[in-house]
Design a protein around this ligand. Structure first.
Ligand code: ASP
Length: 344
């Protein structure tokens, strides 16, 4: 590996590269080369940066599984050529894409760092420059000639977080993301403070395996007081539905009404996995802790433990894409694959 790391900068779109449409006043994705001209500082970094852009940069609200694959393919095709990857992405769905990418790359031994910004790069008060420059520096970190970060990270406002642990929590503040269930991997102050103990360890003898199948025939159901039986019945009776994320209260609680538990039980009996994920931003599902979740455990609901909804969605699509029998899917789902949930 070279002493001057090679970094591939991938532009997918997002506010970072947007400009104002003069007619509507709305922000639209901009040309990538123009964007780079705004950050001459990139040339001063101790690494070689190459760039590639989506043919049509998008607002990340338009992300979907096809585009996850488009991004994954770019990384996969360049995997052996570069020492690290930086992905510029809109912040709205960054946690979803970054989680998906973490499942796509098994035995990752190089950094894939997502970043973006709340203000466009051309704005005087932009947060884009610091985010981008430090994200590149982090992707270029090496120890004994090998990348120091060997996982998918998300860098925003002075912190590198494990990407599949993040949630966008603020549409206004520069500190837009949080990872309440896992500590920061790197903190950026006068120095870059690397929290080595929390980094994912890599087994370099294992080959990287690239997975591309996501089955998006899933639904996310958020519990709320007054949830309606016939509406739920309508959703669950759709033949297309192959998996359910159930966003529950607190430590994994739902109503104990018989119709509700019977309905979930019927879904699971059809071979459809239901994953219990808490609506809380921090903490974990613990089925059986309260009486209100005992029945869920009994009927075979999968525990999402302390996973975020973003990572839960990506993991369910990923495992459904692997075509596993329900029992196996349950066991694997409850196992941490990429550091996205508690180990046990
Ligand atoms: N709407 C933008 C996007 O997600 C917001 C951002 O980039 O921060 O693409």
């Amino acid at each position: 590996m070279s002493s001057n790391p090679n970094i591939l900068l991938i532009y997918t779109g997002g506010t970072i590269g947007m400009i104002k449409n003069f007619e509507t006043g709305a922000l639209v994705a901009f040309d990538f080369d123009q964007l780079l001209l705004k950050i001459p500082e990139l040339k001063l970094l101790d690494c070689t940066i190459s760039t590639v852009s989506f043919d049509e940069p998008i607002d990340s609200s338009d992300m979907n599984v096809e585009r996850w694959k488009e991004l994954g393919d770019i990384i996969n095709e360049n995997y052996n050529i570069y020492d690290g990857f930086v992905v510029l992405h809109g912040s709205d769905t960054m946690s979803y894409t970054a989680s998906a990418i973490s499942f796509m790359f098994e035995n990752l031994s190089k950094p894939i760092i997502f970043t973006g910004s709340q203000l466009p790069i051309g704005d005087l008060r932009t947060d884009a420059k610091e985010n981008l420059i430090t994200a590149v520096q982090i992707a270029a970190l090496q120890k004994k000639g090998k990348p120091e970060i060997t996982e998918v990270g998300l860098y925003f406002e002075y912190k590198l977080l494990r990407a599949n642990r993040t949630t966008k929590i603020n549409a206004e503040h520069f500190e837009a993301f949080q990872s309440l269930n896992y500590p920061p991997l790197v903190e950026s102050g006068v120095h870059l403070k690397i929290n080595t103990a929390f980094l994912r360890k890599v087994n370099r003898r294992k080959k990287m395996v690239y997975h591309t199948h996501f089955d998006n025939n899933i639904v996310v159901v958020k519990m709320f007081p007054g949830i309606n039986e016939s509406i739920l019945k309508g959703i669950f009776s759709m033949e297309q539905v192959k998996g359910v994320i159930l966003e529950t209260y607190g430590a994994g609680n739902t109503t104990t009404k018989k119709w509700f538990v019977d309905m979930l039980s019927g879904v699971i009996k059809k071979g459809i996995p239901i994953v219990n994920v808490t609506q809380c931003s921090g903490g974990s599902v613990e089925m059986g802790k309260y009486d209100t979740s005992v029945a869920l455990k009994k009927i075979g609901v999968i525990s999402g433990k302390d996973i975020t909804t973003e990572a839960a969605v990506a993991k369910l699509m990923y495992l459904l894409g692997e075509n596993l029998p329900l029992k196996v899917l349950k066991t694997i789902y409850e196992t941490s694959l990429r550091g996205e949930m508690l180990e046990n």
